[in-house]
Structure formats: structure tokens, C-alpha cells
Design a protein around this ligand. Structure first.
Ligand code: PRX
Length: 643
């Protein structure tokens, strides 16, 4: 087994530079969590301190942190840096889809822009506690919109810019957003007119709660504006007041909602609150990325996902980092784009997803070798298990064998990184997220909930106690919060992931154990896709599973049964794919669709996905026990007709 120790230079300069120090802090954080998290909370500027560090009862899914404390997330990310004399320092480096376009915003600039945007939202009727939906591509106004919401105490709900109008509509309705912020059209890679406003227009036909749409002019392409409802961002800020005091928020006031796919039903509105989230994201960003003042930090995620919320915006900005935001994609105009940006902005810390690394690795070493990557000193990954080949490529070709790699395991629900190496401490092993972060107490349990003690064990990954940025509820459905995370193993938070602990106590995430499929780092619920396929008039039933894919990690395989008497035409497949694209988005489109007379079901009618997963992955020699199937003969036909 390969393993890699941090080099002396990294260790000597890191905030935590030895395993002894890590053990000491970790032990303290576990033995005295309230003491530890009270100390870490000092990174945040509070208007009023808390009465109690934590209160929790997993049996009721009740969790609060820093109860009674007051703060403002935007104030912590912007104002206080200006107040402390750092206003001229760069906050945001924005790199456009075309390399000719880039912009730098100082903390002073950001403060100005955020106040104007905050007052614009207020003038559209947004008040503290109102929900604001944000549906944009990666442009500076997206970051500004988040911070503006936080400033006035509005709860943002960002919907990833590739979601379809239907997905946008259902998310807006679920949290009854009052205002929608979007842009005219978007540019991303070779796509130069992504119809953001037109999609928004379709969505809001059925969203009674939306009163106003605020539209950023990004491309200048013509879009329809409904005069009584739609307002241009540039016009709103031109007439907005320049000062807007940050609202005083309680630590447990909601900061944002972010939807994530679940194994059943519609997407869940994961709700995060203010105090604990700010403490945890800033603490993890500080230690895990070992961020030093002045360093250039680039997380390539989209702000439409939790990684962008926590590690482009809130964590880094609370730490007064220089954070890079990129509008484009890794392969436009060519496969050297990431590395060109690293060279151009002298990026020191680079955080990306395994799927991007696999796509880039496939194109060969010449692309990264064209650029000077000497500035890099720390690399990170997130979103799905990273396998050894891409880890080694990252380590040798991108990191020139000198950069530690932090493989960070976490979830939308956890708000921040939970299991990870620390750069100055951990001897990393390719593919392992290694050890828990401070204050995090993971456990592995078998399917009956028995705790698996010791090393060399594999089971379900649970957490024994909360950490400050754990989600607080599923918006509007606290029962679903309890049922999803705290009912399977009573008294514990269940992550939905399988995991093994090796002989050194290192954690290795093995993937989802529920019906969530991670495609290119995006979580997709099988139930949601099946529901969408079922919308085709000829479809009787569908079952969707994941199968391994070289670049995307997993891809989607749909087994579809048509209604009696319906014919498969040459268009059926494309029609189904089109429906899924329209209902959810292009990232959810099945790569393979197999039509079948029947699905493998137990006598009680439950589809045995294990069998379908094996067929989709071509593991046909070991399909497992099929004797409990109502009709075992369907299996043979499924195997013979696999794609
Ligand atoms: O299965 C795990 C996988 O991504 C899931 C969470 O997805 P999402 O909520 O979209 O958040 C992604 C960004 C934090 C997890 O349940 N996952 C995330 N990071 C890793 C990972 N699997 C293996 N290794 C990781 N480093």
C-alpha cells in the first residue's frame, strides 16, 4: 500500500505540524467539545455571545449550537475585514469563461456591491426570514447575492444553473421563495447563450410565491422582461442606497436552504443555520487548507452545490482569503484551462473533484506540463471516492510530488468537511479520506446497528454526536429529517455511506449504501429519475441503477418496461432521455436504457436492485441469490439483452 508523508517544509509551516499535536487537539475536542467549540468560535465576530455551546437530542433530531448568540454571516465575511484595515486586499478573483475576461474585487469593493444588492433586495420587498431563490451561473453577482441575502437575514436557496425549469419550479414552491435572482443568459464552455431568464420565466408560471425577479445582465442577449415583475440588477443597484446595516441574526436563524436528492421522494431542502455553520466552515477551511493570509485559494466547485457555499464563499471569506471563482469548464477552450488559471493567478491551494481529474488525466500530461504550476502547495478533492490512478496523477503531475492532497469527505447535510487528512500531519494513502476532523466522532455499524469496534472493519458510516454545521432540518418537514438521518440507527446520524476502517484506523468511503447515485459528483436519487421516466406515456415502470463509468465515476442505467401493447419506436429512448433532462436536468439523463418485459421483483413486489446493479455493471457471473424472485426467468432475459 502506497503512502505519502507530508514533507518538512509543509510540516514546519502548517498550523498543525505533527501527529502528536493532531492527537492532542483531537482528544481535547472529543473530551471537552464545549470547550473546544467555544474556543474555535472566537474566529467569528459575535454581536452577542452564546448562553450554551450546544444542545442536542438525536432521538428528536433537535440540535442547536451557540444558543442565544447573535452575529451576521455577511458582516463576518466582509465588513469586519474592512473594519480591521484590510479593505484593499483582494477578496474575489473572478475568471470568466473566456480567459480574456477576469475581474478582481477587493473587500472594499465587495462591501459596496453587497450593500447595494442588499438594499435592492429590500426594495423588492425582501425582509428578514424571507426566502430568495438564486438561479445563476458562476458570475460575481452570485457571490454578491448570497452575501446580500445573509446581510439582510433573508434565507437563500441556490438552485444549480443547469437545473431545468421544472426542477427550479418545485424548489421555489417547496420553500415559497419571494424573489428570484437570475441572469439574462449564461456562458459555459462552448455554450454561449444558456437561457437562464427564459428558464426562470417558465418556472415562475407556476410559482405563486414569486413576486419579483432580479435579472443580472451577463451577456446582453435579449430576454423578455415583464415590467410589473422583472427588474434589472444594474438598474436596481443604480438607485439603491449605498449603506445597509447588517441585520442582527440569532445563531440558530436559518442562513440558507440547499436542495439535495434523497433515496425517496422529492429533493430535500437541507437547512443550515448561521452560527454553527460559520464557525465550522471557517475552522475547517483554516486547518484543512492551512490557509495563510495572502494565499490564492481556488475551489473549482459551482456555488450551486454545498462545496461552493462552504468553500468558495463562507469559509474562505470568513478567513479573509483570496478566493477564486471560475465561470467556465475544465475543457474549454482546451484541456489546459485549469492549469492556465493556476499559472495566471499563481494559485496556491487548489480544490477540485475526482471526476474533473479523471477527465483531465485522460487527455495526457502535456496539458498541465505546458503551464507553470510551481505556485501550488496544497491540493484537495471532494465529492466522491478518488481512485489510485487519478490520485497518483494529481500527486505527481499536478503537485509535482510536493503537495499534500486532502481527500475531504463530507455532505450537503454536514455543511463542512468531516473526514480528511491535515496537510502537515497525515501520511496519506491514495483513496482514503483518512481521519476525522476535530470534534467529529465517526463510528461504523453493521446493518443491525451493532458497533464495529477496532480496525479492519467495514459497515455503515454514522456520527455519534453533532458538529456545529450539521443541518438542522429538512425545510418544512422535520419528520423527514428525523426519518432520513436518525431513525435507521437510533441515537446516531446516518450518512447513507458505506465505509471501511483499515489497519491504521483510516477511513475509506466505499460509496452510497442507499438509492442515491453520484454522477460526476452530483447526487441523484433513483426514485426521482424513475418518477421522471414514468412520465413518458408509454412507460409502465422503470428502475434506475448506477454503474461504473471511467470519467463520471458512475453513470445511469435505466431498465424500462413499457405498457402492454405499446411499441418501442426508434424515438422512445430519446423521448425518455428528453423527459428526464426537462424534469431534472442534463446531468440526470440515463446513459443506457434497456427495455424489458419485466423487472426482478421479490414476491412482495420489491425490485431487487442488487441484481440490476450487477447486470448494469456487467457482473453477470455473480448475480447473487435470485431464488426469492417471483419470476427468476426475467433475469436471463435481462442479462441477454443488456447494453
Ligand atoms: O457519498 C459521499 C460522497 O458524496 C456524498 C455527498 O454528496 P453531496 O451532498 O452532494 O456533497 C458533496 C460535496 C461535499 C457523500 O455521502 N463523497 C463526498 N466526498 C467524498 C465522497 N465519497 C468519497 N470520498 C470523498 N472525499
Amino acid at each position: 500500500m502506497k503512502s505519502f508523508k507530508p514533507n518538512k517544509k509543509i510540516k514546519d509551516n502548517a498550523y498543525v505540524g505533527s501527529i502528536e499535536k493532531y492527537n492532542e487537539i483531537y482528544d481535547y475536542s472529543i473530551k471537552n467539545p464545549e470547550g473546544f467549540w467555544a474556543e474555535q468560535a472566537e474566529r467569528i465576530t459575535w454581536f452577542k455571545k452564546w448562553n450554551k455551546v450546544w444542545n442536542w437530542d438525536f432521538d428528536k433530531a433537535d440540535i442547536s449550537w451557540y444558543e442565544g448568540a447573535e452575529l451576521n454571516a455577511c458582516y463576518n465575511c466582509v465588513d469586519r475585514h474592512v473594519d480591521n484595515g484590510y479593505g484593499n486586499e483582494i477578496a474575489l478573483i473572478w475568471e470568466g469563461n473566456d480567459s480574456s475576461e477576469s475581474k478582481k474585487l477587493s473587500y472594499n469593493n465587495l462591501l459596496t456591491e453587497v450593500q447595494l444588492a442588499a438594499n435592492s433586495l429590500k426594495s423588492l420587498g425582501v425582509e428578514k426570514g424571507d426566502r430568495v431563490c438564486i438561479y445563476m451561473q458562476m458570475i460575481p453577482e452570485l457571490t454578491i447575492a448570497l452575501l446580500a441575502c445573509a446581510r439582510i437575514g433573508a434565507v437563500h436557496s441556490v438552485v444549480f444553473g443547469a437545473f431545468s425549469p421544472d426542477s427550479l419550479e418545485s424548489r421555489i414552491n417547496d420553500s415559497e421563495c419571494k424573489v428570484l435572482v437570475t441572469q439574462d443568459t449564461g456562458v459555459r464552455g462552448t455554450k454561449n447563450d444558456i437561457p437562464m431568464k427564459a428558464n426562470a420565466d417558465k418556472a415562475v408560471k407556476n410559482t405563486p410565491s414569486i413576486e419579483k425577479i432580479l435579472v443580472v445582465k451577463r451577456t446582453g442577449s435579449p430576454v423578455e422582461m415583464e415590467p410589473s415583475r422583472d427588474v434589472w440588477w444594474h438598474e436596481a443597484i443604480a438607485s439603491a442606497d449605498s449603506t445597509c446595516e447588517p441585520e442582527i441574526m440569532n445563531a440558530e436563524d436559518p442562513l440558507f436552504i440547499l436542495y439535495t436528492s434523497g433515496s425517496t421522494g422529492k429533493p430535500k431542502g437541507v437547512m443550515h443555520t448561521t452560527g454553527g455553520y460559520m464557525v465550522y466552515t471557517s475552522t475547517t477551511h483554516h486547518y484543512i487548507f492551512d490557509y495563510k493570509p495572502g494565499e490564492i485559494y481556488w475551489c473549482t466547485a459551482d456555488i450551486g452545490w454545498i462545496t461552493g457555499h462552504s468553500y468558495i464563499v463562507y469559509g474562505p471569506m470568513a478567513n479573509r482569503a483570496v478566493t477564486v471563482m471560475f465561470e467556465g469548464v475544465p475543457n474549454y477552450p482546451d484541456y489546459g484551462r485549469f492549469w492556465e488559471i493556476v499559472e495566471k493567478h499563481k494559485v496556491n491551494i487548489f480544490y477540485t473533484a475526482p471526476t474533473a481529474l479523471r477527465a483531465l488525466m485522460k487527455e495526457g500530461d502535456d496539458w498541465p506540463k505546458k503551464y507553470n504550476l510551481e505556485s501550488l502547495r496544497l491540493l484537495g478533492t471532494v465529492g466522491e471516492p478518488i481512485k489510485e490512478p487519478e490520485w497518483m496523477w494529481y500527486h505527481s503531475i499536478i503537485g509535482n510530488q510536493k503537495c499534500p492532497i486532502v481527500d475531504t469527505w463530507w455532505q450537503t447535510e454536514t455543511g463542512g468537511i468531516m473526514i480528511t487528512p491535515l496537510p502537515g500531519v497525515t501520511e496519506t494513502k491514495p483513496g482514503s479520506a483518512t481521519r476525522p476532523f476535530f470534534g467529529v466522532l465517526p463510528e461504523l455499524v453493521d446493518d443491525d446497528g451493532n458497533v464495529l469496534e477496532g480496525n479492519n472493519v467495514e459497515g455503515n458510516l454514522v456520527m455519534q454526536r453533532p458538529w456545529p454545521s450539521i443541518m438542522r432540518t429538512v425545510y418544512g418537514d422535520h419528520k423527514r429529517f428525523f426519518d432520513t438521518y436518525f431513525s435507521r440507527f437510533p441515537g446516531k446520524y446516518f450518512s447513507g455511506d458505506g465505509c471501511k476502517r483499515d489497519e491504521n484506523g483510516y477511513y475509506w468511503i466505499t460509496g452510497r449504501v442507499d438509492d442515491v447515485i453520484i454522477v460526476s459528483g452530483h447526487n441523484l436519487g433513483t426514485a426521482e429519475i424513475e418518477g421522471s421516466i414514468g412520465g413518458h406515456p408509454d412507460v409502465a415502470e422503470a428502475a434506475v441503477v448506477g454503474y461504473p463509468h471511467d470519467i463520471k465515476g458512475n453513470s445511469i442505467y435505466a431498465f424500462v418496461t413499457l405498457r402492454t401493447g405499446r411499441e418501442i419506436t426508434e424515438n422512445t429512448r430519446t423521448e425518455i432521455a428528453k423527459i428526464v433532462r426537462a424534469d431534472i436536468g442534463p446531468h440526470a439523463t440515463p446513459e443506457k436504457i434497456q427495455f424489458t418485459e419485466g423487472l426482478p421483483k421479490t414476491r412482495s413486489g420489491k425490485i431487487m436492485r442488487r441484481i440490476l446493479r450487477n447486470i448494469a455493471s456487467d457482473n453477470i457471473d455473480d448475480l447473487g441469490d435470485i431464488s426469492t424472485l417471483a419470476d427468476p426467468s426475467v433475469v436471463e432475459s435481462l442479462v441477454n439483452n443488456r447494453i
